[in-house]
Design a protein around this ligand. Structure first.
Ligand code: COA
Length: 284
C-alpha cells in the first residue's frame, strides 16, 4: 500500500442536518467518540448555522464541547458567516469549514448569499481567525451541477477556486451537492482546479445526508463503502473498517430508518455465503 488517503466523516453534520427527527445531543457525542477511535482523519462535528435554518444542529456548542478529542483526529465545523465563526472559535475547533455555493440560486436558497457575497463574508471570517491557528477550509457546493440552474460553467469553478486561494483559504472541498457529477467531469475539474493532487474524501456513515436547501439531495458517498472500496484497490486509509461498521450497525436505530450503505448489508468482499440448500443435498 503506497498512497495514503484521508477519510473525512460528515455524518454528524451533513447526515443529521436533514433527518426528520432531532438526534439527541448525548447520542451525537457518543457516536463521534466512537468514530474518533476508528482511524478517520477528520470529523465534521456539527455546524454553527442559524438554529432556525438547521434546527437539528441547534446543540452545536454542547456537542463540540462534549466530545472527547482523540489525538491524530481533526475536528472541523461548518460555518456560513461571521457569527458562526465566532461561535466556532469559542469552542476551539481545529478547522473552520466555510461553505459557499458555485451557483447564485443555490447560494441564495441555502445561505441567502450569492457566491460574491459569500466571498465578502469569507474575507471577514479569515480576518477574524487571524492568530488563532485554526485551519480554513472552504466547501464549494454545486461544483458539479446545481439542482436549480443545471451545469455551472467550469471556468466559473476555476475562477472561484483561484479567488478562494487568494483570500487565504488553505483547503478546498469540491462538493457534488445532489449527485450530478460524472467521472470524466470530476477528473477534468479536479485536474484543472487543483492539479488533481486530491487525497482527501468526504463521506458519510451509512450514506446519510444531503443539503436541506438543494432539492433532490438524497445522501452522500457512504464512508464504510468508500473505505471498503479503497481497501480492495490496495489504497490505505488508516481506517479500521470493522469498527466503522459497528458504528453503522447502530445508525438505523439512531435515526429511525434504514440507511443506504451496501457493505453493512452485503458484507465485506471476503464474506462467503453457503450455497443453495439443493446443492448441498445433491452433494451428499
Ligand atoms: N449562528 C446562529 N444564529 C445565526 C447565525 C449563526 N451562524 N447566523 C445568523 N443567525 C441568526 C441571527 O442572529 C438571526 O436571529 P434572530 O432572527 O433571532 O434575530 C437570524 O439567524 C437571521 O439572521 P440573518 O443574518 O438575517 O441570517 P439569514 O436569515 O440571512 O440566514 C444563514 C443566513 C446563512 C445564517 C442561514 O441561512 C443558515 O444558517 N443557513 C444554513 C445553511 C446550511 O447549513 N445549509 C446546509 C449545509 S450545505
Amino acid at each position: 500500500m503506497s498512497k495514503r488517503l484521508y477519510i473525512q466523516e460528515v455524518a454528524t453534520r451533513d447526515g443529521f442536518q436533514i433527518e426528520a427527527d432531532f438526534v439527541p445531543t448525548e447520542a451525537k457525542i457518543a457516536l463521534i467518540d466512537r468514530l474518533s477511535q476508528s482511524g478517520l482523519a477528520k470529523i465534521e462535528v456539527t455546524s454553527f448555522t442559524s438554529p432556525k435554518a438547521i434546527p437539528n444542529l441547534r446543540d452545536a456548542e454542547d456537542v463540540m464541547r462534549g466530545i472527547r478529542r482523540a489525538e491524530g483526529v481533526e475536528y472541523t465545523v461548518l460555518v456560513p458567516n461571521v457569527k458562526g465563526c465566532e461561535r466556532a472559535l469559542a469552542c476551539e475547533v481545529d478547522e473552520i469549514n466555510l461553505v459557499m455555493s458555485a451557483s447564485d440560486t443555490h447560494g441564495l436558497a441555502n445561505l441567502r448569499m450569492t457566491p460574491e457575497q459569500s466571498l465578502v463574508q469569507f474575507r471577514e471570517i479569515i480576518e477574524a481567525t487571524r492568530g488563532s491557528g485554526v485551519f480554513i477550509n472552504a466547501s464549494l457546493s454545486t461544483t458539479f451541477g446545481c439542482p436549480f440552474e443545471g451545469d455551472v460553467p467550469e471556468r466559473r469553478i476555476y475562477e472561484l477556486v483561484q479567488r478562494l486561494l487568494e483570500i487565504g483559504v488553505q483547503g478546498i472541498t469540491l462538493c457534488d451537492t445532489t449527485g450530478m457529477a460524472d467521472p470524466a467531469q470530476v477528473e477534468r475539474i479536479c485536474r484543472e482546479a487543483l492539479n488533481a493532487g486530491i487525497d482527501r474524501f468526504d463521506a458519510s456513515l451509512g450514506g446519510l445526508g444531503g443539503c436541506p436547501y438543494a432539492p433532490g439531495a438524497s445522501g452522500n458517498i457512504c464512508t464504510e463503502d468508500l473505505v471498503h472500496m479503497f481497501q480492495r484497490m490496495g489504497l490505505g486509509t488508516g481506517v479500521d473498517l470493522d469498527r466503522l461498521l459497528q458504528c453503522t450497525a447502530d445508525l438505523p436505530q439512531l435515526v429511525g430508518h434504514d440507511v443506504p450503505g451496501a457493505v453493512l448489508k452485503a458484507g465485506k468482499a471476503d464474506r462467503r455465503y453457503p450455497g443453495p440448500k439443493w446443492m448441498e443435498e445433491a452433494a451428499v
